[in-house]
Design a protein around this ligand. Structure first.
Ligand SMILES: Cc1cc2nc3c(=O)[nH]c(=O)nc-3n(C[C@H](O)[C@H](O)[C@H](O)COP(=O)(O)O)c2cc1C
Length: 187
């Protein structure tokens, strides 16, 4: 089992990274190979909105500008069996780095024939100060999964006052997903 973590946090330490570390630990304990992709470490461009709104992303399923690192990352995602997407909540949304990456990925992997179709995805949103925006961030990620046909394994929202038990939930969710539990299984 190969799991990639698509991370939107710019920080190497902090609340969001601590949740990612917990999820990673759960997946590793289940025997998975984990590939953590820190999107903020790349200088990725945003979608250039080719043509009249659609470019080769629609017809040939790749990004014309993907040599900036986008296509390499997409290959790592395609080679993964399951995915964890984790982001700090900024303005009630994912971080900008994650949002602009997912904008491009969604175009290339749109629909039931895309590489994310039927892959299980664990969604993690981590708000900070107010704790506001957890649901809107998760809803944004939910929409990405629906556009790409990915199967949402679970939603985990972590804030300052629930991080002790939600970090444990992130670890347990990643463990369960990595050991083969499927969305819809009764436990
Ligand atoms: C630009 C920006 C916008 C933010 N917007 C929100 C927000 O809408 N709601 C919230 O609870 N926290 C918000 N935060 C705080 C982050 O969510 C917080 O830094 C992070 O989720 C958790 O802590 P970490 O940065 O240590 O990982 C924002 C932070 C930044 C930098």
């Amino acid at each position: 089992m190969r799991i990639c973590i698509l991370s939107g946090t710019p920080k190497k330490e902090g609340l969001c990274q601590s949740v990612i570390n917990a999820a990673k630990q759960g997946a590793v304990e289940a025997g998975a190979e984990v590939d953590e992709i820190r999107l903020c470490d790349y200088k990725l461009i945003r979608c250039q909105v080719c043509g009249d709104g659609w470019g080769v992303c629609r017809s040939e399923h790749y990004c014309k500008y993907g040599s900036d690192g986008f296509e390499d990352i997409r290959k790592r995602i395609r080679e993964s069996d399951e995915i964890i997407i984790a982001s700090p909540v900024y303005w009630g949304e994912t971080s900008e780095a994650l949002k602009s990456f997912l904008d491009r990925l969604r175009r290339c992997e749109f629909g039931q024939s895309g590489a994310l179709s039927n892959k299980q995805v664990l969604l993690i949103a981590v708000p900070g100060g107010s704790g506001n925006g957890m649901l809107t961030c998760l809803e944004q990620l939910d929409r990405f999964c629906r556009h790409t046909g990915a199967v949402i394994f679970d939603y985990i929202g972590v804030n300052r006052w629930n991080s002790d038990y939600k970090r444990a939930a992130a670890k347990a969710a990643a463990f369960a997903m990595a050991t083969g539990r499927k969305n819809g299984d009764t436990v």
